[in-house]
Design a protein around this ligand. Structure first.
Ligand SMILES: [Zn+2]
Length: 317
């Protein structure tokens, strides 16, 4: 059984980088091992005989806000593979006969330090096998900005329905279905200028006061009201409803723990339960909710963790 780990190339990497970080280790007593590993701008290639499930290199790296792709091939029939990070179990799903894939979201605020990633093989009537790998999370120097919210919108912060909204959103983000609905890269859902990038550290300015407003969990695309919003990829509408801060929100389930969200909409063009194709119109841009102007907040979540949507536009996972 071989394991490959792919990390998206961070935007800020300089110089020659590997397009993928791959770690492979073969089962069996003396099988070869080939492991190009990306660590920032480094690409290493090594080959050596190893014992079963022994990784050759001690670390692999992934930047905050990126998506880690892990492939396991030569999976025996009826074996179940899971990854574990922070005690959270992340399922592998079949990609092709004998090959399974897991996608792991690395949040933008995840501590930039080595963190253990465990891969566990479960086989009927045989003991589990597991391997723990040190995953290095690389820090990104996120930009900072201040949001100047019009006073008339500040009342939304005190709206009692916010709590229900938070619970509802948490429920939506837990959606996990085994079928892969998406194909290839994700589309940018609207034409417009990116006004606020993913991961930005924000403060909220109001009448002389300043408060922390956390990191940006998506990308803001500024465009005139009623600009068409299209589905980033094929998926099922699992929410099309109003929220206090997020405004009219659509969530698409692309399967296998991958969701895309579209917020502050002026209008819905789809209903919950509908399956939409990549590029299909789903709504229109607005400035609903806690928003300073007409724009789309576009987000991608991997098993409930927000990741940079632009990486899904650039790379196939
Ligand atoms: Zn936003």
């Amino acid at each position: 059984m071989a394991l490959k780990i792919f990390g998206a190339v961070p935007k800020w990497s300089k110089g020659a980088v590997c397009k993928t970080a791959i770690r492979r280790f073969e089962s069996g007593p003396l099988l070869g091992l080939l492991a190009p590993i990306k660590i920032g701008s480094l690409c290493l290639l090594a080959s050596s005989p190893v014992a079963a499930f022994e990784p050759l290199l001690a670390s692999s790296a992934i930047a905050q806000g990126e998506t880690l792709r892990i492939l396991v091939d030569k999976v025996p029939e009826k074996a179940k593979v899971i990854a574990e990070l922070d005690g959270k179990k992340i399922p592998f799903y079949p990609l092709s006969p004998g090959t399974q894939r897991a996608l792991v979201g690395i949040g933008p605020n995840r501590a930039p330090q080595p963190t253990p990633l465990t891969i566990r093989w479960k086989r009927p009537f045989r003991p589990d096998r597991k391997k723990t790998l040190p995953l290095q999370v690389l820090a990104v120097s996120w930009p900072q900005s201040s949001i100047f919210m019009p006073p008339r919108k500040m009342g939304l912060l005190d709206d009692a329905r916010r709590k229900q909204g938070r619970q509802r959103l948490a429920e939506v983000l837990k959606t996990e279905t085994p079928q892969q609905n998406w194909t290839g890269k994700f589309l940018r859902p609207a034409r417009g200028k990116i006004r606020s990038s993913f991961g930005k550290q924000r403060t909220l300015q109001t009448t002389g006061q300043e408060r922390d407003w956390g990191q940006h969990r998506g990308v803001d695309i500024a465009a005139p009201k009623n600009t068409l919003v299209r589905a980033s990829n094929r998926g099922q509408v699992i929410a099309a409803e109003p929220f206090v801060l997020e405004g009219r929100l659509i969530a698409l389930n692309h399967g296998q723990g991958i969701l895309s969200l579209y917020m502050h909409l002026a209008e819905f063009l789809v209903k919950p339960g509908e399956v939409v194709e990549k590029g299909a119109p789903i709504g229109r841009i607005g400035s609903e909710g806690f928003s300073t102007g007409s724009h789309l907040h576009w987000a991608i979540y991997v098993h409930g963790v927000p990741v940079n949507p632009l990486s899904w536009e650039k790379s196939e996972f």
